[in-house]
Write a protein that binds this ligand. Structure first.
Ligand code: MEV
Length: 420
C-alpha cells in the first residue's frame, strides 16, 4: 500500500477512511472509532491512525514507606501484575519497602569540537555570564524549588572536544524540553560572548545523578509459611541468595534478572504516561557502569531474615509530557494519590524489587512455568473461542489437566463451554 502525499495533512478520521479504502477493513483498524481518543492520538504523535491499547491493571496493596499503594501497571505479559502483587504482598508481611528516592536531577551537555585552548578559556570564562543571562528561563522552576543545580567544564580527548555539563533540578517534571531549550539558549549566549558555536546541545539520559534505593526485610519462616513451599525456609533463602550472586557476576543471567525488574518499572511508566525509553536507557547504562553488566537487585540473609535491596536510576516525572494527558495516565496518578516525582520514583523502585522478588521466589521453588502457564491458560481459552465466563471455565480445565494446547481448549469448549 502506498501513501498519498496528502496523508500527513489528513485528519485522523480521514486517515482511517484512507486505510479503509486501501487494503484494511473496519474491524482490522487499531483501537475503536472513539473520536475524542483519536484526536488525542493526533495531537500526541505525527500520522496517528489509531491507538495501541494495552491492558491496565492494579496490584494488590504494596506497603511502601509506611503507606499502602495499589500500583497501576500497563503490560501485555500475563504474569507481570500477578508477580508484582505476589512479591509486593510477601515483602509487605514484615513492614514492606523502605526507600530513599533520588533528587529529580537531569544532566545535559554542550559539545564544542576542535576547540583551541584560547577558545576553550574564553568559553569557560563566559559560562557564568551566560547562565546569569539565561536565568529567566529557569525562574518558574526556581519558584518550585528547582533550577540550576551545578555546571562543569571538561575536555574529552576522543573525540577532541570541550564539554559544558549542566545539571538541573526539574522538580516534578521530566525536564527534557526545559533542558534542551535551556542548552540551546546557553549555546546562543555563549556564541555571543565567546565567538564559538556549540556543535551539539542535548540532554543526557545517563541518569546516575537520579539513583534511588529501596529495600525490604522479611523472616524466612514467614516466606515459607505464606507461600506454602515444600522446601525449608533456609533452603529457600540460600537459593535466593545464590540467584542474586549469579546475577551479580554472570551478565547473561543479570540481563534476565533486570528484565524482570523492568517488567514492573516499565509497566508503571507506561501506565502513568512516563517516558519508558528514557527510564530503560538509564537503568541499563547504570547496570553496566562498573564495566560489567550486573543485576540491580541483591539479596542477603541476616540471621533468619532475608533482605532485598535495589539501587537504580528512576527518572520518573509526575507532571508534564504525556502525564495526565490521557484518561489512563490520569487514572494511574489518581489511584496513587497524585504522588510527586520522588514518591513515584520510590514506588517504581519498590515495584521493581517486588517483581524481582516474585521471580526469584518462583525460580528458587516451583520454577517459573507453573505460575506462568496458569495465567497464560486464559489467553489460550480465548484463542480457542471462549468468551465471557467461558474463559475462566476452560482455563480452569486446562490448568487441571496441565495441557495448554489450543486444540485441547477447543475440544473442551465443545463439551464444557455451552452452559456458561
Ligand atoms: C519474565 O518476564 C521475567 C523473568 O524471567 C525474570 C527472571 O528470570 O528473574 C521471570
Amino acid at each position: 500500500m502506498g501513501l498519498s502525499p496528502r496523508f500527513s495533512r489528513m485528519s485522523v478520521p480521514e486517515k482511517r477512511e484512507y486505510l479503509l479504502n486501501n487494503q484494511f477493513t473496519r474491524s482490522s483498524l487499531p483501537g475503536n472509532n472513539d473520536e475524542d481518543y483519536l484526536w488525542i492520538c493526533d495531537v500526541m504523535v505525527e500520522n496517528a491512525v489509531g491507538y495501541a491499547g494495552l491492558p491496565l491493571g492494579i496490584t494488590a496493596p504494596i506497603r511502601i514507606d509506611g503507606q499502602d499503594y495499589l500500583v497501576p501497571m500497563a503490560t501485555e505479559e500475563a504474569s507481570v501484575i500477578a508477580a508484582a502483587s505476589y512479591g509486593g504482598k510477601m515483602a509487605s508481611l514484615d513492614g514492606g519497602f523502605v526507600t530513599s528516592p533520588p533528587q529529580p536531577l537531569i544532566k545535559g551537555h554542550l559539545y564544542y569540537a576542535n576547540t583551541t585552548l584560547s577558545q576553550a578559556e574564553k568559553l569557560m570564562n563566559a559560562v557564568t555570564i551566560a547562565i546569569d543571562k539565561a536565568s529567566p528561563m529557569l525562574s518558574s522552576m526556581q519558584k518550585r524549588g528547582g533550577g540550576l543545580e551545578s555546571w562543569d567544564f571538561f575536555y574529552l580527548k576522543n573525540p577532541d572536544c570541550h564539554v559544558i555539563e549542566i545539571t538541573l533540578n526539574v522538580c516534578d517534571s521530566m525536564g527534557a524540553n526545559l533542558m534542551n531549550s535551556y542548552l540551546e539558549k546557553l549555546s546562543d549566549m555563549l556564541l555571543e560572548l565567546s565567538g564559538k558555536k556549540a556543535d551539539i546541545a542535548i540532554l543526557s539520559n545517563e541518569a546516575s545523578c537520579r539513583t534511588g534505593k529501596a529495600e525490604f526485610r522479611i523472616s524466612l519462616d514467614k516466606i515459607k509459611r505464606a507461600g506454602r513451599y515444600d522446601m525449608s525456609a533456609e533452603e529457600i533463602g540460600k537459593k535466593l541468595v545464590f540467584l542474586s550472586e549469579v546475577a551479580e557476576h554472570f551478565p547473561p543471567r543479570a540481563v534476565t534478572h533486570n528484565k524482570g525488574i523492568m517488567n514492573g518499572i516499565t509497566a508503571l511508566a507506561l501506565a502513568t504516561g512516563n517516558d519508558t525509553r528514557a527510564i530503560e536507557a538509564s537503568v541499563h547504562s547504570y547496570a553496566c557502569s562498573s564495566g560489567v553488566y550486573k543485576g540491580l537487585a541483591t539479596y542477603k540473609i541476616e540471621k533468619d531474615f532475608l533482605t532485598g535491596h535495589i539501587k537504580a536510576p528512576v527518572p520518573f516525572a509526575a507532571i508534564g509530557g504525556s502525564i495526565a494527558f490521557t484518561d489512563y495516565s490520569r487514572f494511574s496518578m489518581d489511584i496513587l494519590g497524585n504522588p510527586s516525582s520522588r514518591q513515584l520514583a520510590s514506588i517504581a523502585l519498590a515495584l521493581g524489587l517486588a517483581q524481582n522478588f516474585a521471580a526469584l521466589l518462583a525460580l528458587s521453588t516451583r520454577g517459573i512455568q507453573a505460575g506462568h502457564m496458569k495465567l497464560h491458560a486464559k489467553k489460550i481459552a480465548y484463542q480457542a473461542g471462549a468468551r465471557g465466563r467461558q474463559i475462566q471455565t476452560i482455563a480452569d480445565l486446562l490448568n487441571k489437566e496441565k495441557n495448554y494446547k489450543q486444540e485441547f481448549a477447543e475440544e473442551l469448549l465443545k463439551t464444557n463451554g455451552k452452559d456458561d
